[in-house]
Design a protein around this ligand. Structure first.
Ligand code: AR6
Length: 175
């Protein structure tokens, strides 16, 4: 299986690329974005200042600087407004675009946080389903990506991902 779920801090994961849940400015913020900028060092902000921001649902890549990961793929998730503002399509687009940018840059292993599930308030269960479905579909068409790790920041998130992964593996099951 090319999908794994772990509990932990994404900034410690040694993969080709980690994904950042950024905002449209790409100039840093709180949550996972703040952790990534702190660990990567000030060169990351300097690089991000040259990128001209990023639209919601899109993704852009930078080096990882002092992180164990070689690259950071910055994506901008939707703010949750109740589900009627195209949030699910935009969130799926974040995962798809991040995976596309990874393939374009020869990335073979990557790690995702739960995009939009913190400050942007996307319901975690729905976001988890979109993350897994979009990734599973993408991997079925792109054999060059060898490993995608979903990094959960709490045990509750980890348990939720684990139960959804087993549904993806056994589609005749509870879904
Ligand atoms: N490793 C893994 N997951 C983490 C980490 C970490 N070190 N830190 C937080 N999480 P959020 P968003 C989880 O708020 O909702 C920023 O200010 C966290 O538990 O980081 O997309 C940006 O600049 C949650 O499940 O991102 C934007 O303005 C998930 O990461 C805005 O927040 C995402 O939470 C983006 O909001």
């Amino acid at each position: 299986m090319r999908i794994a779920v772990v509990e932990g801090d994404i900034t410690t994961i040694a993969v080709d690329a980690i994904v950042n849940a950024a905002n449209q400015t790409l100039l840093g913020g709180g949550g996972v974005d703040g952790c990534i900028h702190r660990k990567a060092g000030p060169e990351l902000l300097t690089k991000c200042m040259t990128l001209g921001g990023c639209r919601t649902g899109d993704a852009k890549i930078t080096p990882g600087y002092r992180l164990p990961a070689k690259y950071v793929i910055h994506t901008v998730g939707p703010v949750w407004h109740g589900g009627g503002k195209g949030e699910s399509e935009l969130l799926a687009s974040c995962y798809r675009r991040s995976l596309e940018v990874a393939v374009e840059n020869g990335v073979k292993s990557m790690a995702f946080p739960g995009i939009s599930t913190g400050v942007y308030r996307y319901p975690k269960e729905q976001a988890c389903r979109i993350a897994l479905d979009t990734t599973v579909n993408f991997l079925s068409e792109h054999p060059k990506i060898e490993k995608v790790i979903f990094v959960c920041f709490s045990y509750g998130d980890y348990a939720m991902y684990k139960s959804h992964v087993s549904c993806v593996r056994n589609p005749a099951g509870s879904r």
